[in-house]
Design a protein around this ligand. Structure first.
Ligand code: HEC
Length: 131
């Protein structure tokens, strides 16, 4: 008898833990992004991404001229609708080739350890699509 109640208690604890994890965890990818991560993303965009994607995200940065296919124009609403947050983040960290796109879209492996900065960059890409 004693044994059995222990088992039941154990299962209850596991359930409670699972519930706590699922409540505290993901909220659909919009987990809070710190101001520091946003600032780093802004800086990164201006110094790296804008060279090809343009400061306005329209794909006409100085480095775009020699590229084929051209860098993504983030204002392209059809593209925004067709892609997922996951794909955008994957392209940013692992490069275009990782999502079946041009390898000219370089990878940024140093961002593997900075998921918050990646999310901030992805939000920035999404924001261009709303303008
Ligand atoms: C050397 C030029 C270059 C730089 C620098 C660059 N990109 Fe790109 N990027 C491209 C090109 C070219 C494509 C288009 C690939 C294609 O359509 O095949 C692209 C595509 C993308 C896409 C779309 C991927 C998809 O699934 O359609 C995203 C998002 C993106 N870049 C984000 C970024 C961000 C953020 C940075 C800065 C960290 C960055 N890029 C830096 C050239 C560049």
């Amino acid at each position: 008898m004693k044994r059995m109640s222990k088992t039941v208690l154990g299962a209850g604890a596991v359930l409670a833990l699972a519930a706590a994890v699922s409540c505290g965890g993901g909220d659909g990818g919009s987990t809070a992004i710190s101001p520091e991560a946003r600032a780093e993303a802004e800086k990164l965009f201006a110094t790296k991404c804008a060279a090809c994607h343009g400061v306005n995200g329209d794909g006409t940065g100085p480095g775009a001229a020699g590229l084929n296919p051209k860098p993504r124009n983030y204002h392209d609403k059809a593209w925004q609708a067709s892609t997922t947050d996951e794909e955008i983040e994957k392209a940013i960290v692992y490069g275009g080739a990782a999502v079946g796109k041009s390898p000219q879209m370089a990878s940024n492996p140093e961002l593997q350890s900075k998921p918050e900065v990646v999310r901030a960059l992805r939000e920035k890409v999404r924001e261009f699509g709303r303008k």
